[in-house]
Ligand binder design. Structure first.
Ligand SMILES: N[C@@H](CCC(=O)N[C@@H](CS)C(=O)NCC(=O)O)C(=O)O
Length: 215
């Protein structure tokens, strides 16, 4: 049994999708992150960084934070969604790190400065829009011609890791149609029941207005 500390946001949604895809028994504990619930002593004892997702695996006694570390853990626990071939496995790790260290933070800053910041900061809007769009171009190149998934023929946790922020970016009205391979992958992801359900578990993203421009 797994306890999943979650909220409807890009990183927890990855774990929602993985738990459903893998059919792992779990209970959900909703953490109201925008009401300060991530900063309580009880939650900080689970994750000193005060953010979701976190899982507690009662079978092993392990508490794990960081969405892509959780995806890796769940894949290794079940022996699914991660290739065993050493070259492909290494590629999976590379892409998981790229997603977590590049795409997630830059998409997050773009969202912050174009949708949430109280003050309009043109330099930050330009900087993070440019960087997020550059990274989207990199993702477009990573999707190989004629292959359905990031690692080729097999669906994996790498696809799940990218979906969290790509889904969020689309909900935030950032363009995806300019990236045909990414758009085709995105539509393919949305044919999977675990993805459709995971993206509204424990709750969907809010409705976003139009992102700000620098002028
Ligand atoms: N690198 C972390 C990022 C986690 C993260 O930023 N979580 C957000 C939701 S997507 C959160 O809990 N935000 C609440 C806050 O910043 O107080 C991961 O991949 O899990």
């Amino acid at each position: 049994m797994i306890t999943f500390y979650a909220y409807g946001a890009p990183n927890p949604h990855k774990v929602s999708i993985a738990l459903l895809e893998l059919g792992l028994k779990h209970e959900i504990n909703v953490v109201e992150i925008w009401k300060g619930a991530g900063q309580t002593p009880e939650f900080l004892a689970l994750n000193p960084n005060g953010k979701v997702p976190v899982i507690v695996d009662h079978d092993t006694g392990l508490t794990i934070s960081e969405s892509n570390a959780i995806l890796l853990y769940l894949a290794e626990k079940t022996g699914k969604l991660l290739p065993t071939d050493p070259k492909l496995r290494q590629r999976a790790l590379e892409l998981l790190f790229f997603q977590a260290s590049g795409v997630g933070p830059m998409f997050g800053q773009r969202a912050w400065f174009t949708l949430f910041a109280q003050e309009k900061v043109p330099y930050a809007i330009i900087r993070y829009r440019y960087e997020a769009e550059r990274l989207t171009g990199v993702i477009e190149k990573l999707l190989q011609d004629g292959k359905p998934w990031f690692l080729g023929d097999d669906y994996s946790i790498v696809d799940i890791a990218f979906m969290g922020w790509i889904w969020t970016a689309v909900q935030m009205h950032f363009p995806i149609d300019d990236y045909p391979k990414l758009k085709a992958w995105f539509d393919r992801m949305l044919t999977r029941d675990s993805v459709k359900q995971g993206l509204v578990t424990p709750n969907p993203l809010p409705t976003f207005g139009a992102p700000a421009t620098a002028d």
